[in-house]
Design a protein around this ligand. Sequence first.
Ligand code: ANZ
Ligand code: ZN
Length: 781
Amino acid sequence: MKRYDHTRIEKKVQKQWVEDEIYKASNTSKKPKYYALMEFPYPSGDGLHVGHVRGFTAMDIIARKRRAEGYNVMYPIGWDAFGLPTENYAIKTGLQPSLITKRNTDNYRKQFQSLGMSFDWSREINTTDPKYYHWTQWIFLQFLKHDLAYKARMPINWCPKDKTGLANEEVVDGKCERCGTPVEKKEKEQWMLAITKYADRLDKDLDEVNFLDKIKLQQRNWIGRSQGAEISFQLKVNSFEIENTPKIASNETIITVFTTRPDTIFGATYLVVSPEHQLFKNKSLKILNNDEVDAYILQASKKDEHERTDDGKEKTGVELKGVTAINPATHEEIPVWVADYVLGGYGTGAIMAVPADDARDEEFALKYNLPIVRTYTKAGMTDFGRPVTRFKLRDWVFSRQRYWGEPIPVIHCTTCGIVPVPEKDLPVLLPKVKKYEPTDNGESPLADIKSWVNVKCPTCKAPAKRETDTMPNWAGSSWYFLRYMDTKNTKAFAGEKAIKYWNQIDWYNGGMEHTTLHLLYSRFWHKFLFDLKLVPTSEPYQKRTSHGLILADGGEKMSKSKGNVVNPDEIVTRMGADTLRLYEMFIGPFDQAVAWSQNGIVGPRRFIERLWKLQEKVKPKSADSKQTITLLHVTIKKIQDDIEAMSFNTAVSTLMIYVNEMEKLESVSKETFGIFLRLCAPFIPHVTEELYTMIGNKKSIHSESWPICNETLLVADTVKIVIQVNGKTRSTIELSRDTDDIAVRDAVLMLPEINKWVGNNEIVKIVYVPNRLINFVMKHS
Ligand code: ANZ
Ligand code: ZN
């Protein structure tokens, strides 16, 4: 028997796969289609890390199983390559971002190929390719045409170090998500996308899709639907104080509040307006302590939302002297305050304060000695109100003052205003620049290229200027899954036929960190395209799952600065891609964060070596016992169920148990071993391909069909084993009868609820009562 030489085998079969194009998806196949997708990566200079391998291997297993089940599977890959890290590297080195991107994607491609991913490489895309961003720009123009893209002067989050505007989502605890610098507020003209117009549907339509509950919840929280009422309060301005001032405009004589508790209105003893409230925008309302109020507003503008609203923070505010409001329920005159615990961007930016019922209002009332009415009549929910639905979601700040992004395809003309670039002139190419730094006044470096900026107005032909803002790095990923359907199309983002064929993504997996924004943004774009009748479904993803992070040995986050990053290339070289894949599937429950363990990888490697050795037992004419066959079918059932449930770790332990069984046999038939290899193939595609050929099969194992489980053999031949730690029962596990002690031990130790007790502690003794109980005796700490 040849020794197991992973390098030789993996290189050889990978070459064969490329030659035979076995993973190529057809756009015209008669087979049922299956579209499996994993979030495409940002090609960073560091290359793939083991966290990528986890999610991509999982979807690779799904894709391979579906092919075996007879589907025409598309499992595509591409690069989400615009964005800051590349740009910052360009600034540092003077290299062109497009060259850096090429270098990085070349590396990622090589790495993915070495991992044996069953991608259809003919569909590779790159968001920075002009042939791709042509269509990102085109979709933007459709938003513009339908009034969903607009310009607004906005206080934006400004990172003084990166010199760029940040979306709310990119601000973490008041700091820039990328560099940690405290974020400032800056007023700037920004492009906005009106995602709030879709808030209702983005919320409601979650009912129709198969997303993990926690993912739906995150989407819902982010959208923040809130049912309530708007109630108007008449203002009263002290007459003798305003004798010589002009009359205030009528819309300023009322303050409208948003409340989820209109029934509490009899207990509303004062109003609070936010520092951003319209009331302060034009100065016609006479406030006696104007200077004090202005100073307060200025102070508030320097705080971020957390500082203003966090529970622990002391509330502050200033009374508007000379202004009162009439409570429409009690007809009493109540004071009006400005306080920054009320936010400008939510509801109407003003509230009725009910200190008896709302903790924040109570805290404020106690501090400033405002009346608290503890018992009052409850109003009907709509007696004073106009019912409204409000959302926390805000419109999407869609411009960046940076170089490495899609140019926003509009032209500014002094006569015609904002003029879209005619569709025939797309794409608006990113010009070459000498310096990639944003300019000192915060404009994009594109603003400095006169030859690019100065153009003729497409409408009146007078001299005009190009928009110099670029799109945020969320743009290209908002529709990439559509491009995969028809990557070479030059007339549309994808052709009608191709879109009709692939229809919708059947299964989308990605990181938990993308289940809010990217998911929401791409659902929004898709709904918009659906409204334009360009895609057949209003939701892009039928099913969405997420994988947990892989942490460093010891449980910390992997990071370059801590020097604890595990390099997948090194493991592929030393142990093989199959071992790495198997280890990542075995490492722990797929949806949870797990810590890498350098020792842990030895187990999967040993499994493959044992599998390799089993070839010696394969006899064409071996008559397998009933027990061997039964367990094979139990295994088929378990593997297929576990794969569907993404319970990969238990699937792997089931495979391990069967290898144990086969090792005990004198011989095993070619058929039984072949079926077992087919079950292993999605996990370890290289070694199974080689072994399958070695036992005398002509076809690639990856073109074989999925083994069919003979359910009649599945008499309930399983037993429930009690698991104890130091004699205390901690859990149970269901395994097939007569599973041997080593396999039971390994299966049990993988359960998170047991690992919690045993973990890295020393096991003194293991007591096993076959088919009934296993007890771990631990060293006393
Ligand atoms: C009176 C009241 C009485 C309220 C009571 C609550 C409890 P959600 O559920 O998050 O939508 N509110 C409204 N606009 C606000 C703003 N711009 N900044 C800060 N707070 C604001 O919360 C809605 C409630 O939060 C509203 O209902 C309002 O306080 C407050 F016993 O009105 B309530
Ligand atoms: Zn013009």
